[in-house]
Design a protein around this ligand. Sequence first.
Ligand code: FES
Ligand SMILES: [Fe+2]
Length: 423
Amino acid sequence: MLKKEDNEKLCRTNSGTPMGEVFRSYWIPALLTEEVPEADCPPVRLKLLGEELVAFRDSEGKVAILDAYCPHRRAHLFWGRNEECGIRCVYHGWKFDQAGNCVDMPNEPDNSKFKHRVKLTSYPTWEKSGIIWTYMGKGEQPSYPDFEWLRAPDTHFQVSKTYEGCNWLQALEGGIDTSHSSFAHNNNIQDKKSMRSRATNPKLEVDKTDYGFRYVGIRDLKDDGNYIRAYQFIMPAQQMRGQMIKWHDGSREDYPTVRGHIWVPIDDESVWVWNFKYTSEPSIPLDPKFSLEQEILFGRGPDDVLPGYRLKRNPSNDYLIDRELQRTKTFTGIKGVNTQDYALQETMEKPFIDRTKERLGTADLAIIAARQMLLEAIRDLEEGRQPKGVNPETYRNVRACDRFLPKGIDWREGLAEDMQAKF
Ligand code: FES
Ligand SMILES: [Fe+2]
């Protein structure tokens, strides 16, 4: 449960709001490289943190992110012509370069100096690993992000993004929430032997760090030891999780990957979910077939996504819920692991959940920790301190993992090596 004013503070991210200012302290993912694939390609619309923007790749290959509305008479620059290192508004021909300078004003007298007094808001960009990042703050630019996955070579790494129609915080909280996987993501209710079915009440432990916190869900498998899922929450909106399942006697090993999400608010009622994965062993490249299988499993395969990175299974069709499947095979009857999440999160209260009415239990420890940390970041900024996780040194060497550990071994010790970056 949260006080009403704290809930408002955390959920709203437009310019000038407390959490909006926190988000504007970090580099955030803005676009996939594939959205502006080559110099002078068509411009794209973009909305981030409640701001309507337009993006284009100029003639020199640099990606520009500008205010969407032309400062002349407010036409949308999405209609613009991307030509010779600038975007030209098609209403009266004003042209802007990637830094937002007005470089041509052909409907004014030749000797007019007016164009030198007109400027459009522009945000700096940085391109890495198929993602165009932006910094929307006013102060000095922080160092570029340096997550381990940004250092993994392209052969080992894959990224996608999907639209989710809910407030960013309920999407993030869903990612952090580990106990729901025994229920919402149980895709074989007959299988009583799976780790999830054997222990539905993981014990949570949270360790705060300089970048956010790391935490584990410990599932007690009795004589078989503990199944431990170790995660990182990296401020302000990233979560990493492991996917290497290894029995302590070495008898079972799945494909070793680390996965994660970053949740970037579009506005107060929608969010871009960035999905990344990479192999956790530098000697093993990411198998494209495995990668595709995973995307399909999570509900974002080629047949699952509509233009604009929206899912075919969405609130307009009740996520194509199959009640017979729900009765006989899967807990939700909805196909796609992340689609199951979206169904639950997108249909909560609008514009965002009323956290004054929640009843949180011990399984919600990590969610409570994330809220505290985000509120702390708001206070840090208000009091002139840099929020946690802005400095890449704080997180560059961490990673998440999934492991079985024998009883009696503390995860901090047993997983120390597996939670160290290898790239
Ligand atoms: S509105 Fe863009 S040039 Fe007039
Ligand atoms: Fe989930």
